[in-house]
Design a protein around this ligand. Sequence first.
Ligand code: NAD
Length: 495
Amino acid sequence: MTIPTTASELQFDGRALINGERVWAQSGQAFDCISPVDGRLLTPVARCAEADINQAVAAARAAFEDKRWCGLAPAQRKRIMVRFADLLLAHADELALTETLDMGKPVKHARNVDVNSAANCIRWYGEAVDKVYDEIAPTASTALALIQREPVGVVGVIVPWNYPMIMASWKIAPALAAGNSVVLKPSEKSPLTALRMADLALEAGVPPGVFNVVTGLGPEAGSPLALHMDVDCIAFTGSTRVGKQIHVMAGQSNLKRAWTELGGKSPNIVFADCPDLDRAVEAAVGSIFFNQGESCNAPSRLFVQDSIKAQFLAKALALVPAYAPGNPLDQATVMGAIVDKTQMDTVLRYIERGQKDGAALLAGGEQARRETGGFYVQPTIFDGVKNHMTIAREEIFGPVLSVLSFTDTADVVRQANDSVYGLQAAVWSRDINKALGVARALRAGTVHVNQYDEDDITVPFGGFKQSGVGRDKSLHAFDKYTETKTTWIRIDSPI
Ligand code: NAD
């Protein structure tokens, strides 16, 4: 196949992938996949429902039972996963263009961040799986106790639309590497790259039935997967609202293992003794506007110590024009389109709410690029935000920065922790005692010190509190997709 290098060369296939075959939903129904770049129809996509989920789960179960994948030696699975990662990179331009057209992010980021990270994740878990040893317990010499990991079986995966390939790969890579079969439901707002990933997995040698993709709406296709009696584990990334339902559905059905990566309202705390103010400003602004603010870990609550706030804000405002939304297909663009009209309207409603609640709008606040037919919002900064205001409490998931101020350390830690979320946080100070003391006091899965952008597949990612249960990435992710089995063997030693 020739790999498309321009958006106009792309052709989309919106059929689900079940048991190695591209299929339409059994009902014949489809939904429209609309591009947020300019509002155009990309393709109809299979609107899967319970019957299709049942078919995909049955295919995944059959593949697991006959051991066509889990029965391979880890080194064999590794070779196939490495080939899968290579194929993602070989199709990088196509995948990046598809991602951009489907969910609006700048093509430069889709190519350099999303495709590369997804391929790296799949390669890393593939390469890891033949290097992880099981254990023998230190029991008395009359017995041998083996502690072994086994794949859980059929893993259901439900992901959001903000980093479609990365969120999917964080789950499918450790799940597949460990020998499970997978049924993935991508977001209805960004289903296209997941389908292409599954095509490429097949091409790499992942056997049919092992990696299935069912497209559809949350309540119609996601719920039957979370409620399915033959799914052993459900791994979910999305909103806290739906994440809570996932845990309920797991409990209501077969007590499947439920792992959730949910929302965030991450505090970014800048003390007056910040070692590099320009870097702190760039990180604060760059991280909230990256991916149009549609990042679960975006530092959306910026706490700046009173004495440097005016200086900090002046520097921040000077950076804002560089983030003006542009055509996501243009290589120079750093801020693209919001995923759809519904999400754009939500972001604009929050901006209105911030103004009504008395926060001071310093920049942005409006829809942009209306003439394109797409969905764009200006980079927006509010000052004078109080931690009790809606824009400081709720996840906006758009390019909106709330700036708060503080005087002393105890006060800012209290405010930072006063949130239902606990995904990430940051602290900027040249005083190592203060920085590490605050890092320890912050209730978050990840705390950054004097930076906000470090990221690596070797490091766990996930949240405290209502930001979810469990961790993606790193070897810890294998814990979610394996059961621990103990085998006791009696030893009647003749000597
Ligand atoms: P969402 O919860 O609306 O949807 C996520 C997925 O769940 C989609 O595939 C959707 O179709 C499905 N879904 C919706 N209703 C369902 C139901 N009743 N049953 C089963 N599945 C259902 O979230 P979203 O708007 O797609 O994504 C944004 C959210 O994702 C934000 O809250 C963001 O913070 C979160 N997120 C978290 C992380 C993390 O790692 N913590 C990463 C990325 C995004």
